[in-house]
Design a protein around this ligand. Structure first.
Ligand code: NDP
Length: 247
């Protein structure tokens, strides 16, 4: 497995689902992890689990839509945890509806968190990463950002935007030793997908060559790889982790 000893990672949306699994995996590889989401109690549970397994994690409750709070949080992490080497922009929300029924607020919600929130975090980490001339930024997008999806125009636009942000940041930051990549999960069983009917889940499974829905633990190793020293010649890419669903 790849080694992240002496590295500090910041993971957004770390309180549950994919972000929780990514935080545990980064910690298992040796990184100290700053856990970010809006819910302190759930972050504390993830922190306790990491501590129980012999790792180090700190809790930083923060709404990533708030650029000022994000900048303060990033400063505090770098100061208190001894640097900041890896950013995983994982926090995300959905507000599914057909375009003709989608309110302006529902259109804006995924864009504000999934895209602007990721931008806020990315912008805040560039200074410490540029200074140390090393950084890894991994944005969690979605296969839907590549293919589009009926009923998810807002979410798909936010995730496609995240791919554009990934490529642009990769070009801007490469000369400072910072790589920027995206991971696009397929269908993963978490709170986000818990509401889908059994019929939709069955249909989804039929469209996946590997014949099963994904779990958060299917996504985490791809993030650990892209965060590693060994992935240093990969930048601006979107890695689909979807059981072969989109190819
Ligand atoms: P969950 O709904 O299980 O978790 C979402 C996480 O994001 C929570 O930790 C939540 O914490 C956090 N979050 C939401 N809004 C904010 C905010 N404004 N500020 C800070 N944290 C926030 O989602 P998943 O684990 O399923 O998804 C994780 C990522 O993977 C998302 O970006 C999602 O779009 C993407 N993805 C998921 C797929 C799936 O099938 N599940 C497929 C493809 C992509 P809190 O509520 O405490 O703030």
């Amino acid at each position: 497995m790849f080694q992240l000893k002496d590295k500090v990672a910041l993971v957004t949306g770390a309180s549950r689902g994919i972000g929780r699994a990514i935080s545990l995996a980064l910690s298992a590889a040796g990184a100290a992890v700053a856990l970010i989401s809006r819910t302190k109690d759930m972050l504390a549970e993830v922190q306790a689990e990491i501590t129980r397994r012999g790792g180090r994690a700190e809790v930083y409750p923060c709404d990533i839509q708030d650029a000022v709070k994000v900048a303060e949080t990033v400063k505090a992490v770098a100061l208190e945890m001894g640097g900041l080497h890896i950013l995983v922009n994982n926090a995300g929300v959905t507000r599914d509806n057909l375009i003709m029924r989608m309110s302006a607020a529902d259109w804006a919600a995924p864009l504000n968190t999934n895209l602007t929130g990721a931008f806020n975090c990315l912008k805040a980490v560039t200074r410490p990463m540029m200074k140390q001339r090393w950084g890894r930024i991994i944005n969690i997008t979605s296969v839907v950002g590549v293919t589009g999806n009926a009923g998810q125009a807002n979410y798909a636009a936010s995730k496609a935007g995240l791919i554009g942000l990934t490529k642009s940041a990769a070009k801007e930051l490469a000369s400072r030793g910072i790589t920027v990549n995206a991971v696009a999960p397929g269908y993963i069983t978490t709170d986000m997908t818990a509401g889908l009917t059994e019929e939709i889940k069955l249909k989804m499974t039929e469209s996946i060559p590997l014949g099963r829905l994904g779990t958060p633990d299917d996504i985490a190793p791809a993030v650990v790889f892209l965060a590693s020293e060994e992935a240093g010649y990969i930048s601006g890419q979107t890695l689909l982790v979807d059981g072969g669903m989109v190819m």
